[in-house]
Ligand binder design. Structure first.
Ligand code: HSE
Length: 305
């Protein structure tokens, strides 16, 4: 009988410009690892990282709690969490833990849940950190590649990204508030102008076509958001300069990664990712902000290791 399962889940970028709460892309930059073990009674969390240890307040703990309730699991469970994804920087950190937890629970109890169900369970974990459920990051972390989250009816469509797509991520070393996602959702407009919606929708449709056609140029030049990015960019020091520098250095598209404050630039194997990241670093430096820079590619989804 299997008593313990370990799952690794990737970080992700959400929104990709015009696809707020709809698009996600798994990235091979960082991974969270979760071991789920049948032991003792109740749900216990162990971690050497700084994560909440009350199951209700922990992204992964909440997922396991909800799944145990739903599938009437009485045995005690211990969750060992090893964080690899930096928390609070728009890299889908909470989602990676939630995704790993859902996939581990499914494997431990041989539930054989389909992808949509796993994403929905993982999404419950976002409640613990974002204060609202959204599925873009969890869908990418669970399923890998490029994901489109359709909310009504709920389904996740996955598309294999082109092999020549390269992402440049600059993570500014700034203090981020606790519940950062909740904070950065509060600055968003409640209503949008029809014309703005049309522009974003046209870019979102073009971006989807870019992934389907494996056309990196089309993906890159569709990273254009006139609704969410303008409302959030003031939360990121030097954002305009970082973005313009990256575009000048040859990036095809640049936007906020998820709820920020990381900034992501899209390029291809024919571009110069180091030059793009150096220019982004200079943009942040002009706003007296240091940053960590990463060159990455799309990743596969969560997997038992
Ligand atoms: N779509 C979400 C947002 C991602 O932008 O608020 C946050 O993790």
């Amino acid at each position: 009988m299997v008593e313990s399962i370990t799952v690794k889940a990737p970080c992700s970028t959400a929104n990709l410009g015009p696809g707020f709460d709809v698009f996600g892309l798994a990235l091979d930059a960082y991974y969270d690892q979760i071991q789920l073990k049948k032991e003792g009674s109740g749900i216990k969390i162990q971690s050497l990282d700084s994560v909440p240890i009350e199951p209700e307040k922990n992204t992964a703990g909440l997922v396991v709690k909800e799944m145990a309730k739903k599938f009437k699991i009485k045995t005690g469970l211990v969750l060992k969490i090893k964080k690899g994804v930096p928390t609070g920087y728009g890299m889908g950190s909470s989602a990676a833990s939630a995704a790993a937890a859902a996939v581990a629970f499914d494997a431990l109890f041989k539930l054989k849940l389909d992808g949509n169900s796993l994403v929905q369970y993982a999404g419950m974990g976002e409640m613990a950190s974002a204060g609202s459920v959204h599925y873009d990051n969890v869908a990418a972390s669970v399923l890998g590649g490029f994901v489109i989250v359709r909310t009504s009816p709920f389904s996740v469509i996955t598309v294999d990204p082109p092999k020549d797509l390269i992402l440049c991520v600059a993570i500014p070393k700034i203090h981020v508030p606790q519940k950062k996602t909740e904070v950065s959702r509060k600055v968003l407009p409640k209503q949008v102008k029809l014309l703005d919606h049309v522009k974003n929708l046209s870019n979102a449709a073009a971006l989807t076509a870019g992934f389907v056609k494996k056309d990196v140029d089309l993906i890159g030049n569709s990273i254009n958001d006139i609704i969410v990015e303008p409302a959030r960019k003031h939360l990121i020091p030097g954002f305009d300069k970082v973005k313009n520098n990256a575009l000048d250095a040859g990036a095809m598209g640049v936007t906020i990664s998820g709820a920020g404050p990381s900034v992501i630039a899209f390029t291809s194997i024919h571009g110069d990712p180091k030059k793009i990241l150096n220019s982004m670093k200079k943009g942040f430096a002009a706003a007296n902000t240091e940053c960590i820079t990463i060159i990455c590619k799309p990743s596969m989804g969560a997997a038992v290791i």
